[in-house]
Design a protein around this ligand. Sequence first.
Ligand SMILES: [Zn+2]
Length: 300
Amino acid sequence: MHLNQITEKVFVIQSRTINLGLILQGKECILIDTGLDKTSGQMIYNLISEKGLQLKAIINTHGHADHFGGNARLVKLANVPVYSSAWEVNFLKSPLLEPFSLFCGVNPPQILQNKFYMAPCSPGENILSNKDFINYWGIEVVPLPGHTLGMIGIRKDNVIFVGDAYLCKKILDKHPVPFLADVDALIGTLAMLKDYQDCDYQINSHQGIYSNLKDARHVIELNIQRLEEIYAVLKKTLDKSPKTTEELVKATLEYVNVECITYLVYQLIIVTINAYLASLLDKHMIQPIIKNNILYWSRV
Ligand SMILES: [Zn+2]
């Protein structure tokens, strides 16, 4: 983990897998996301302490375990408040909700209750209820729904931290079916970020630090293109005949030329396909039909 200075008051704490934000005001600082687990929480605390800084608060972009897994350790060490959006706070306070929602809203199996999908419990408050905090730190809270329903970006000066709104090219190549909870909201978020003129820097949580809008725009366009390609594949596949959810997962994976052999990855792809199905249902483009006790999706 090392500190990468972006502007006078804005830093990125970089590790191999994640970019965390650090905003300074004198010797005080706030964090944007805390990484995967207690080890990352401890490493962040050590890094901040070595610099003689005092942690005042944590903001989480969203309630995925790899973004708030370090909260519990940091809250224990520094006794600081934690903020996110009203929706995401539910996930911070009740971490079982992540594997619960990945597994269709039932008590999730132990294999999904691992540290990648379930972080230790954290406190959490709705950031928009604390205008004094927002004003004191001179930050702007930017709603970025899509990857999750309540993800937020944090802007400070000419830098915006965008969480998991989009994937950098390398990760998009490796995981060509992005995890998402609301595809239309995500396309709207990406269209907004693509033309986000006022910021010089967009900091993506996983490996992407874009120092000019042109670079950010290019990678965002790749993400939008992929989302639209998946739409097209699903519609084309359903035009031929009704399909089950698993058959649609198969068609999507074949389109991106991936053979998925890992259950935990497959489960995330099912969620993404379900988000597309929700969108197509709401647009009255498909309907559920049940034949021989099997659920199929059929074009209207
Ligand atoms: Zn995420």
